[in-house]
Design a protein around this ligand. Structure first.
Ligand code: FES
Length: 67
């Protein structure tokens, strides 16, 4: 499904960019050498990104020092 009509960015492309670390639509679009144009897609694009980031396993930081 196309999320951004102006840039022809699909939901799966957006999810892939989110998994690669893009936390906002403009950063995700930059991964595809695009930039926000009309802005109509931003709310839904952010929802998709938030959903994808929320689905990622959380990393746990472990200290090498003994407590
Ligand atoms: S629909 Fe995404 S910038 Fe226009």
């Amino acid at each position: 499904m196309i999320v951004c009509v102006c840039n022809r960015i699909t939901e799966s492309e957006l999810r892939k960019a989110a998994r690669a670390g893009a936390c906002t639509p403009d950063k995700a679009y930059a991964c595809h050498d695009c930039e926000v144009q009309c802005g109509c897609c931003l709310d839904y694009a952010q929802e998709v990104i938030d959903e994808e980031v929320g689905a990622l396993p959380k990393l746990r930081l472990v200290s090498s020092r003994a407590a």
